[in-house]
Design a protein around this ligand. Structure first.
Ligand SMILES: C[S@@+](CC[C@H](N)C(=O)[O-])C[C@H]1O[C@@H](n2cnc3c(N)ncnc32)[C@H](O)[C@@H]1O
Length: 298
């Protein structure tokens, strides 16, 4: 694996990863402290709009939170996207593994650290990160093709060469995609996955044992896993799968005592600096979002 050389937050006072080949320079944009500051900044900026924001509908809240990407008019250029509510990831057409792309054609520099968002939805979240933290690459895996097409349309419009979306079932294609990527895998997120409430549909939930094993196998030492759901049962299901890997993973609150969680061990805030769309919708309806972040032991 090549070692990325340039720093993202080289001025950060907090060095978590200085004893790994991929120092803070490569992983630091996932530095909780900085992201908390970032979030604080967002909150301050939003403060004076708070009253009017409180009156916005949920889709408007998404547009507001992602305003700096200026994607709104690009939606209409791409055409209105009608999205099916749920897709069955176990349907025959979705169980065919995708072809691994030539990573050198996908990214400007395919040796940069990689973040993978499983079930990337509209893609706004990853596009925002790609803009804010350009010295990493971002890969969104999504089984609703129309969302992938629109996200790729936005990426092209913005001329970003560090973010890419694939129509891919993570249950089927995650392993071959990440194991073929030339750089280190530094962050995997599964954010508000489809809950598939019925017991007989639990097997459709994206996070099953083979995916956990593949994440652990490919995650670089010091790399992180971020999970969240507004459905406590789903959050607990994901949490149990990673809590049981304590020989390989530590929860972030055990590494950095300044990161706070409630007395049940859920993070008090989103450490990424921006909320996902599902998270915005859920919080606008007063729901709690249950979050965990793990780091692979070095
Ligand atoms: C509830 S949405 C959440 C989207 C986004 N993460 C957010 O928080 O706004 C879950 C997404 O995961 C996608 N998805 C479900 N199963 C998947 C799978 N096996 N592989 C890839 N994407 C999947 C769905 O199509 C959907 O867009």
């Amino acid at each position: 694996m090549a070692t990325p050389t340039r720093a993202i937050f080289s001025s950060s006072p907090r060095i978590f990863f200085n004893h790994t080949p991929y120092t803070l320079a490569t992983l630091s944009h996932f530095n909780i402290g900085l992201l908390k500051k970032n979030r604080h900044y967002n909150r301050c900026c939003c403060y004076r709009f708070n009253r009017s924001v409180a009156e916005l509908r949920s889709p408007d809240l998404v547009a507001f939170e992602y305003a700096e990407l200026n994607l709104k008019e690009k939606v209409s250029e791409a055409g209105h996207v009608r999205i099916r509510q749920h897709v069955n990831p176990l349907s025959a057409s979705l169980t065919i593994p995708v072809q691994v792309p030539n990573w050198n054609e996908v990214y400007g520099d395919s040796t940069l650290p990689l973040m993978v968002d499983i079930g990337s939805g509209s893609g706004r979240f990853l596009i925002w990160l790609a803009k804010r933290f350009p010295e990493s690459n971002y890969l969104g895996l999504e089984i609703r093709n129309k969302l992938v097409s629109r996200a790729q349309f936005w990426v092209k419009e913005l001329a970003f060469n560090n973010v890419h979306f694939m129509f891919a079932n993570a249950m089927v294609s995650f392993e071959q995609l990440v194991s073929s990527y030339p750089g280190p895998l530094v962050l995997v997120s599964i954010l508000c996955p489809d809950p598939h409430f019925k017991k007989r549909h639990h097997k459709r939930r994206v996070l099953q044992k083979p995916l956990v094993d593949s994440i652990l196998k490919n995650l670089h030492p010091g790399g992180r896993v971020f999970l969240q759901s507004d459905v406590v049962e789903v959050a607990l299901d994901m949490r149990n799968r990673f809590d049981s890997q304590s020989d390989m993973l530590e929860h972030i609150t055990d590494i950095d005592p300044s990161v706070l969680c409630d007395n049940e061990g859920w993070l008090l805030s989103n450490p990424m600096g921006i909320r996902t769309e599902r998270e915005i919708h859920a919080e606008s309806e007063g729901a709690k979002v249950y979050r965990r972040m793990y780091q692979r032991r070095i």
